[in-house]
Design a binder for this molecule. Structure first.
Ligand code: NAD
Length: 462
């Protein structure tokens, strides 16, 4: 197949052509058959395995991700989603027979999942393989055609994904368009049948506005400030290890990273000591010298993060490397809840530490920001855990852990309010890319005249 999936300097007319060809191809019905969907998922799996060394290399170049981290947080998750989709796609696609009320006597009802049609997937740079390919798995399983637009801020990964897509799929089925935000702007003017966007709440608004103009349904996977609460009865050494893991994976550039720490006053001193121990156990005394410690994606974000260091007292860490764009794991104390570091999503290895004494105090701090994407609570007290889970609206989270809710295909992953709209992973991803069509099949063997205007009561046998 010589046709190009990847278009570098893309003209609006070329975008029109890609979308139009996909719409025509969808109408052939080929993408709807279950054997076809399974075949494409297998092709995708083979391609991911074939491209694995190139993807690992690209992730190293874009974000200095270690192989182990790139596998567990990116490639491994894509393969696990493919496995689940292959195993269950037939069942997920089956029409569901549901009850029919007595008022509709004689009729039967079913709900039929069907693909939306031609879908658009726009992704961010921080997990550029996972966040582009996992939605693609769901979209394929649901029977759609797909246009992908990865982030230009992870250019090596964008190029590698482009090659993977080009070698694996025909562009009328799956096409990948590389480029800057302007490519998304153009794409968003096209009549897609569903838009799946992962990125910042700011751009999420732009995407939703564009979609509203054409009434296209959207899924928005956004971000926010995810609190991490450590209560006085938590197992502090364990909590510290899991907080450090969640915060420093990808150097804190994770949408569900613990953004700030809320620790009970009585546990604070010991927790901070344990956090320092955990950092040193994972990355050594000098994390900036550890070849596996992540770097900040670009100069702009690096400078933004340096600005936060001015807003509090550095209790641990604080070293920086302008050349390598790296910031050591840093604990920041004495920050005001009105400071930028407590208002903006941090997205880096800086952890503000705030203390509380009462649950009310803690809730007031959390509620000062919009509904978070994630929340983590460390405590051995079931009542305290439940209180926090009930009182704070958030997308998803963990009790006594961080990040791990993301790694299971059985939990829906998504935000709420400004942290997102809709969810995916496993069957939830299939549902996100499907329309559930309601079909009532009426009998033509008899008819009730009383349903019609001015009719006499009685049953007419036809
Ligand atoms: P971003 O919103 O800047 O960019 C995301 C994508 O949108 C990129 O492909 C970019 O080219 C495109 N884009 C940028 N400006 C645009 C515009 N004006 N119009 C149309 N498209 C535009 O996000 P980012 O910096 O790549 O990623 C970081 C953000 O994403 C953080 O807020 C983070 O929390 C969030 N995020 C969320 C999830 C999640 O699953 N919920 C996952 C990762 C990242």
């Amino acid at each position: 197949m010589n046709a190009q999936n990847t278009i570098q300097a893309i003209e609006p007319s070329e975008i029109d052509a890609v979308v139009e060809r996909q719409k025509q191809y969808f109408l052939t019905g080929e993408t709807r058959s279950i054997p076809f969907r399974r075949e494409q998922l297998i092709k995708l799996r083979e391609a991911v395995l074939r491209f694995e060394p190139k993807l690992l290399d690209a992730l190293k170049r874009d974000l200095n991700k270690s192989e182990a981290e790139a596998y567990t947080t990116e490639i491994g998750i894509v393969l696990s989603e493919i496995r689940i989709a292959l195993r269950h796609v037939r069942r997920w696609s089956k029409p569901d027979r549901v009850r029919t009320p007595m008022t509709h006597f004689g009729a039967s009802s079913r709900i039929v999942p069907e693909p939306y049609g031609t879908t658009l997937i726009i992704g961010p740079w921080n997990y550029p393989v996972n966040l582009m390919l996992v939605p693609v798995v769901s979209a394929i399983a649901a029977g759609n055609t797909i246009v992908m637009k990865p982030s230009e801020m992870a250019p090596a990964t964008s190029r590698t994904l482009a090659a993977l897509v080009r070698e694996t799929f025909r562009p009328e089925y799956v096409a990948l368009l590389e480029g800057e935000a302007s490519v998304s702007t153009e794409l968003l003017k096209r009549p897609f049948d569903h838009i799946f966007f992962t990125g910042s709440p700011q751009v999420g608004r732009i995407v939703m506005e564009a979609a509203a103009k054409q009434l296209v349904p959207v899924t928005l996977e956004l971000g926010g400030k995810s609190p991490c609460i450590v209560h006085k009865d938590a197992r502090l050494a364990l909590a510290a290890k899991r907080v450090v893991y969640g915060k420093l994976t990808n150097a804190g550039q994770t949408c569900v990273a613990p953004d700030y720490l809320l620790v009970h006053k009585e546990a604070k001193a010991e927790l901070l000591k344990e956090i320092a121990n955990a950092v040193e156990a994972f990355y050594g005394q000098e994390p900036l010298r550890d070849p596996d410690y992540g770097r900040i994606v670009n100069e702009r974000h690096y400078r933004r993060l340096l600005g936060y260091l001015e807003e509090g007292r550095i209790a641990y860490g604080g070293q920086t490397d302008d050349e390598a764009l790296q910031i050591a794991p840093t604990l920041l104390e004495g920050v005001s809840t009105n400071s930028r570091v407590m208002r903006e999503e941090i997205f880096g290895p800086i952890l503000p530490v705030l203390e509380y004494e009462t649950t009310e105090e803690l809730l007031a701090i959390v509620r000062a920001n919009p509904k978070p994407l994630a929340l983590y609570v460390f405590s051995e007290n079931a009542r305290f855990q439940q209180d926090i889970i009930r009182e704070v609206p958030f997308g998803g989270g963990c009790i006594n852990d961080t990040l791990m809710h993301l790694g299971t295909p059985y939990l829906p992953f998504g935000g709420v309010g400004t942290s997102g709209l809709g969810s995916y992973h496993g069957e939830h991803g299939f549902r996100t890319f499907s329309h559930y069509k309601s079909v009532l099949k009426q009998t033509s063997r008899f008819d009730f005249p009383f349903r019609y205007p001015k009719a006499k009561n009685g049953l007419n046998i036809i």
